[in-house]
Write a protein that binds this ligand. Structure first.
Ligand code: F6P
Length: 553
């Protein structure tokens, strides 16, 4: 069997272990004293984004060793393979060509796929314009005013994030997102819209996803209850899918279906027709600017030297903390309300891609892969979990994302947000020593023995490693670049870890078991063949159903 080179097989592995050991006793402030040009030297820019990684526990020597690791893992070659359509998704024997969705010209050998992308882009544009111009009418003749995207995972998170992130680009049509199979999700949205003026987009690459089909059927029922006839309801539906037959079987006319291809992974799909709700919300020009920003990051990823290459640098930092400092998590702190959902989006992107335990050829890995990703928009996180970041015992490497101006027009208040972001970054780095804590308490008039007792509680170790990603403003272009940056970082890390970033077998078992549980819930008289823990919970469910019937009856 083929043997994928594993991370510890790379020549730099042992050197990095020694360097990481040396780093443990030092502080970021000491690194700044030692490396005079550090603030500028540990900064790289591309596509409107600047990555400042000077506040990382990384010196010039360790950076050089990490860059050697990137070379040994042949990251630039892997990038070229990704873009050229090599079947990197080896367990499903297919390429991962999301970069083609934002390409401006056909890469050699991918002309057929590119012409399909262009045709679909053209059809997306027509739909977008029909809807935003008011030309598209519902069953009572009124123009469509609301669009509800029904999808989950990659068919939801990206479009939902981008739509919320760009309020200044918001056009006349309101886009809503429904994902959860919990009927409350759809109900909450339906309460805000009218049947005559609402268009549903059933967004599902497979068109087999239980949540999406159940919500789609419920939406269809809602339209019919409001008076839409057999001919009517289907014009309130579009489908985005790679299974056009399944969409037809659902009752959606062929003209209302836009295709997706097996070489677009769900979590990489917002650039495809899956992004139709984005285009409707922010307009066709806005959607194109999003693609252009992503494409600018693609070119940077392909062309820039590793030492200046944002995705490669961020991936090396991820591996540095994960594998040499045993950091089990990574926190994302966007200082922008519009990016509130970025952690949710990145959770799927990074953990569904790299939450793997075997190499590409199926060998068990002897090291950790994707860290747990979490986060929240600043400043809300500051009043919640930052206490742990500053004084807790866990290592939480962070990305702080900071647009420097606002597009909402409230510049004076936005200044406060920027000041908070900069302050937190500085506090994470410099911390506060025991002596400083003592002095500040005494300055405030506290008597010495009381101050000595309290001071240890005020000590903040500092040197909490983080990068700051700045952008002049959050626009469709910079947002496209930011999301492509994280896509490529995820890909680079998968290559360093030797895993397939493009499959997700781990989520299938739960779906299969879900089907058998459902059959069991529908047949109370069936034999109890499941494990005792599951049977106990099922019995509890039957009891609660009976109790609810008694109460309502
Ligand atoms: O459950 C995981 C998953 O397969 C994701 O990878 C995907 O984004 C999501 O479900 C939705 O899948 P689909 O677009 O096929 O409905």
């Amino acid at each position: 069997m083929a043997h994928t080179l594993q991370l510890p097989d790379l020549p730099s592995w042992h050197e990095l272990q020694t360097l990481a050991e040396g780093m443990r006793g030092t502080s970021v402030s000491a690194l700044f004293n030692r490396e005079v040009q550090r603030a500028g030297d540990f900064t790289a820019s591309a596509a409107g984004l600047t990555l400042d990684y000077s506040r990382q526990l990384l010196c010039r020597d360790s950076r050089a060793a990490l860059l050697r690791l990137a070379e040994q893992a042949q990251l630039p070659r892997c990038a070229r393979q990704l873009f050229s359509g090599v079947a990197l998704n080896n367990t499903e024997a297919r390429p991962a060509l999301h970069t083609l969705l934002r390409a401006r010209t056909a890469p050699a050998g991918l002309e057929t796929e590119f012409s399909r992308v262009e045709d679909t882009r053209h059809r997306m544009r027509l739909w977008c314009e029909r809807i935003t111009s008011g030309e598209l009418r519902g069953f009572s003749g009124q123009a469509i005013r609301d669009v509800v995207n029904i999808g989950i995972g990659g068919s939801d998170l990206g479009p939902r994030l981008v739509t919320a992130a760009l309020p200044a680009w918001q056009g006349p049509i309101r886009c809503h997102y429904v994902a959860n199979v919990d009927p409350a999700d759809l109900q909450n949205t339906l309460q805000q819209v009218q049947p005559e003026t609402t268009l549903f987009i059933l967004c599902s690459k497979s068109f087999r996803t239980q949540e999406t089909l159940a919500n789609g059927e419920a939406a269809q029922h809602w339209l019919r209850t409001a008076g839409a006839g057999d001919e009517d309801w289907s014009r309130h539906f579009l489908a985005i899918t790679s299974d056009l037959d399944a969409a037809a079987a659902f009752g959606i006319p062929a003209d209302n279906c836009l295709p997706l291809w097996d070489w677009v992974g769900g979590r990489f799909s917002l650039w495809s027709a899956v992004g139709l709700s984005i285009a409707i919300a922010i307009g066709w020009d806005g959607f194109n600017a999003l693609l252009a920003g992503a494409e600018a990051m693609d070119r940077h990823f392909l062309e820039a030297d590793s030492a200046q290459n944002l995705p490669i640098l961020m991936s090396l930092l991820e591996v540095w903390y994960c594998n040499f400092f045993q950091a089990a998590n990574h926190v994302v702190l966007p200082y922008d309300q519009g990016l509130e959902r970025l952690p949710d989006y990145l959770q799927q992107l990074t953990m569904e891609s790299n939450g793997k335990r075997v190499s590409r050829d199926g060998e068990t890995l002897g090291y950790d892969t994707a860290p747990v990703l979490w986060g929240a928009a600043g400043t809300m996180g500051q009043h919640s979990f930052y206490q742990l970041l500053h004084q807790g015992t866990r290592l939480c490497p962070a990305d702080l994302i900071l647009p420097l101006t606002t597009t909402t027009g409230e510049a004076a208040q936005h200044r406060l947000l920027v000041a908070n972001g900069l302050a937190q970054s500085r506090a994470l780095m410099i911390g506060r020593s025991q002596d400083e804590a003592l002095a500040s308490l005494q300055e405030r008039g506290m008597e010495e023995s009381a101050a000595r007792q309290l001071a240890p509680h005020l000590v903040i170790p500092g040197s909490r490693p983080h990068s700051v990603i700045t952008l002049d403003a959050l626009t469709p272009h910079t947002l496209g670049a930011l999301l492509a940056l994280y896509e490529h970082r995820t890909f680079c890390s998968s290559q360093l870890w030797g895993v397939n970033a493009f499959d997700q077998w781990g989520v299938e078992l739960g779906k299969d078991i879900g089907q058998s549980i459902l059959r069991r819930l529908d047949h109370p008289e069936a034999d109890k063949t499941l494990d005792p823990a599951s049977e106990r919970l099922i019995a509890e469910w039957f009891r609660a159903q009976a109790a609810a019937r008694t109460t309502t009856g």
